[in-house]
Design a protein around this ligand. Structure first.
Ligand SMILES: [Zn+2]
Length: 450
């Protein structure tokens, strides 16, 4: 172990508020080696504790449980648990105050605004338990690949608000040895700059949006840069296609671990181990896969529904993630009992190539153009050719035509003078893709360098 890594770990333990994270780390570390049934049992106990707390302290759940005549003590089996109505993004948007536990101080929690992948912005709050467990979940999966606290992390990220903003955050990031790079507009110049820094700095982990990392790997391959060698690459955000994975693994000469998570459910809901199996962190976030409202059998696709088990400040119980996945009944040769999931069909976020050859990460539409438009229910952005982009907006109550002008103006700003024919159409209901999942930002233009 490197000297800095040892030193960093000692520093962590010397900070009392990190003790909770340390406690959760120990908990998650030991859970993973238990048998699948034992892990389910642990998850169930945590779930029961969360339900009791929610009924006692959270007005939204008190009302919801009373309405259907259910008391937490009546919930003894998974079938009983299924009686609790699913929580939608609209529910969170409309009830964010009522979802906060009375015994938590909202001002001491971290406010998160997420645009979701198919929906509209809504606010969630992270309490200290949730944040500590989130760190512990990250560290469990990263240790699978030999990473330790204090190892260098290079992030290719796109949400500006996640990156260190002020002096204090920048200092913390410096001590943690994290470097953040803007993945929203990955120009060749930026990729050249990143490459120079990374060759010198030698990150132990490259993390970020899968297709932005893939684009960066294409650039490195093109330039014949072969000396960025992290321990592993952690991708997230969208489906990683086999050819993308193959290129990333070849260029960085290390394994890729694809992570599945969300702002509401926790950063690591499921993640791939060194053997390539996608383990579900069931002891961190309880996951259900439902088909017609009932648990889907192994091998059959269903809707992903999550209950983060450490979110007490704003409990999120049976949350519809709007993704589709399949349980896998295999036992992973790595020896971990965490259950397995496969075939996640989730959001699709393409990289758009603009007429000048510049790239734009499709998520920019989600994060910059439609970020606060609560009167838009769902949207889809499609690029037919470099100079033709169509945006479809599905109306929500309160929609009015001035929103179209706002979206149009923001798009023009985003496209920064590129000669693109932009069409915005407003519809009552958007057609849903075959998987049941709306494809959010898609492009017919293949990504090419030069
Ligand atoms: Zn495994």
């Amino acid at each position: 172990m490197e000297m800095y890594t040892r030193l960093y770990q000692l520093m962590r333990l010397a900070r009392p508020h990190k003790l909770l994270t340390h406690q959760y780390e120990l908990e998650l570390e030991s859970n993973q080696w238990l048998k699948r049934e034992e892990i389910q049992q642990i998850a169930w106990q945590k779930l029961k504790k969360l339900l009791d707390h929610a009924y006692e302290n959270v007005p939204f759940y008190r009302q919801r449980f009373d309405k259907i005549g259910l008391m937490p003590q009546d919930i003894r089996t998974e079938a009983d648990f299924c009686q609790i109505p699913l929580l939608t993004k609209d529910d969170i948007r409309e009830n964010s105050e009522l979802l906060i536990a009375k015994n938590f101080n909202k001002n001491k929690m971290q406010r998160q605004v997420t645009s979701g992948s198919t929906g509209v912005p809504f606010v969630t709050y992270y309490d200290h338990h949730f944040m500590a467990a989130n760190v512990a979940a990250f560290s469990r999966s990263r240790r699978w690949f030999g990473w330790e606290f204090g190892d260098k992390v290079a992030w290719l990220w796109l949400r500006y608000e996640d990156c260190p903003q002020n002096f204090k955050e920048k200092m913390i990031s410096f001590v943690k040895r994290e470097r953040w790079m803007d993945g929203m507009r990955p120009t060749q110049q930026k990729m050249q700059d990143f490459a120079k820094i990374w060759v010198r700095w030698k990150p132990d982990l490259v993390a970020g949006m899968g297709n932005v990392i893939h684009l960066f790997a294409m650039y490195l391959d093109n330039q014949n840069i072969t000396d960025i060698r992290p321990k592993f690459v952690e991708t997230t955000g969208m489906k990683l296609w086999p050819h993308e994975r193959e290129l990333i693994e070849r260029v960085f000469q290390c394994p890729v671990s694809d992570r599945y998570g969300s702002f509401e459910s926790g950063s690591v809901v499921a993640i791939e181990c060194p053997q390539g199996s996608r383990h579900v962190f069931q002891d961190f976030c309880h996951v259900e896969i439902l088909r017609n409202g009932k648990p889907a059998p192994y091998g059959e696709p269903g809707e992903v529904v999550t209950t983060p088990l450490y979110a007490f400040g704003m409990p999120i119980i049976r949350f519809r993630l709007d993704d589709v996945a399949v349980w896998d009944d295999k036992i992973c040769p790595c020896g971990r009992g965490l259950p397995l999931m496969r075939d996640i069909v989730g959001r699709v976020t393409s990289i758009f190539t603009l007429p000048s050859g510049r790239f734009l990460y499709g998520g920019a539409f989600r994060h910059l153009v439609l970020k606060d438009s609560t009167n838009i229910k769902r949207f889809r952005v499609h690029q037919y050719s470099k100079d033709k982009i169509e945006i479809s907006l599905e109306k929500a109550a309160g929609f009015d035509d001035s929103l179209v002008d706002l979206v149009h103006a923001r798009c023009l700003e985003l496209l920064a003078g590129e000669p693109v024919e932009l069409t915005i159409q407003v519809v009552d209901e958007l057609p849903t893709a075959v998987s049941g999942k709306l494809l959010v930002t898609t492009s017919d233009v293949p990504v090419r360098l030069n």
